[in-house]
Write a protein that binds this ligand. Sequence first.
Ligand code: FES
Length: 174
Amino acid sequence: METINTTIIDYQHYLTATEIAVIEHEASIMETREAAGIEALKVVQAHRGWISDESLFAISDMLVMPIAQLEGVATFYNLIYRQPVGQYVIHLCDSIACHLTGVDSVLVAIKQHLNIEYGQTTADGKFTLLSNACLGSCDKAPTMMIGTEHYQYLSPEIAVDILQKLLAKGEVNG
Ligand code: FES
């Protein structure tokens, strides 16, 4: 990972009033301001799509939290994105039960359909593909998560169909 620079970001200038209000509320119900770190990251990501270095510094400033500690939280929590991601982030399960039930063929189908590898985003910015540790539905493997939705009993055809439907939905909504 790149070393982030040591620029000080004044959170009051960088974060929006809405972001500050929600983060302040989270901090107020925690024992310490630092304990609101993960919620603050989620709030900023919900508004901006991902967590840039500037966002990290602004949250660190607001919560009076060491930047290294906050970055550790962001790195540990795999639903916090430290790079720009697509509109839909596919978390494909990469653990044992899914491997035993054919996730490899699902992965091949998704890669071919989207023309991307793990860690990449499609040229149109619609999909990012990431691997994920067990998603907790081993009895319904293979599985993936996109946003808050969990998809189970995947086959290559079912997975591609899900992506096509999401794309069609996005085009209708967009
Ligand atoms: S191994 Fe894939 S959901 Fe548990």
